[in-house]
Write a protein that binds this ligand. Sequence first.
Ligand SMILES: Nc1ncnc2c1ncn2[C@@H]1O[C@H](COP(=O)(O)OP(=O)(O)OP(=O)(O)O)[C@@H](O)[C@H]1O
Length: 250
Amino acid sequence: MNLQLARLHELTEELQLAGVETNATALAQQAAKEEWDYLQFLERVLQSEQAYRHQRKQVMFTRMAGFASLKSLEEFDFTFATGVPKKQVNELATLSFIERKENIVLLGPSGVGKIHIASALGYKAVQAGLKTRFISASDLILQLTTAQRQDKYKQVMQRSVLAPRLLIIDEIGYLPFSAQESKLLFDVIAKRYEKGAIILTSNLPFGQWGSIFANDTALTSAMLIEFYTTHILSKLKGRVIGSKRRNKPD
Ligand SMILES: Nc1ncnc2c1ncn2[C@@H]1O[C@H](COP(=O)(O)OP(=O)(O)OP(=O)(O)O)[C@@H](O)[C@H]1O
């Protein structure tokens, strides 16, 4: 390493400009070849740092999001899934629902692509630099009950529920909740209401949600009201391509 590169290395390390260090030599060569002026060179160097940071953020957010699997909308076959409204899904893929802090509910039988669509929208959000969290309803309840026991409810609520710009709660209704667990889930939905977007997936139509929430009709109605202004994709169907669970308990 020549002396100038060694000094550059020290400076970029101290100033935490890893993108500049990675790209400086190549950009200097390109600048000489294409006869950039000094300001042009400076701009390109700063752009390279910006791109480097954006990419690192995407990688970190993807890891932190906890997706069950990485899916994209490009991989989703709309001709196969006849009940999935392509136009509406593409509109949701613009992510304006996140800016507007709106919710999405995906309802349909097992294996029709609910997780696929939810994860694909989540992955798009992550790529756009929006903090996203994917969690199953039962894991979320487990986290919150543990937090309550350990007197850390507020912190966990803040970190896991309120901090992400998009919260994806998967598999509501796969297992029924106790009265206490139902209240926790309601607390999540109510606390995020108009503060951050949620995507919910469920195998059960709204009419059967009472059975998920310990037959508490007041709480179930309150929960449904929270989704009044939601984008509801409730007619998801099509040939089932695959499912994680073929033996759903009664
Ligand atoms: N229309 C589709 N095009 C491409 N792949 C699909 C489609 N529908 C489902 N799949 C694939 O089938 C598998 C099951 O889909 P997914 O897990 O999204 O279903 P689900 O409706 O969430 O089911 P469950 O309720 O059991 O969780 C996934 O690998 C998914 O990528």
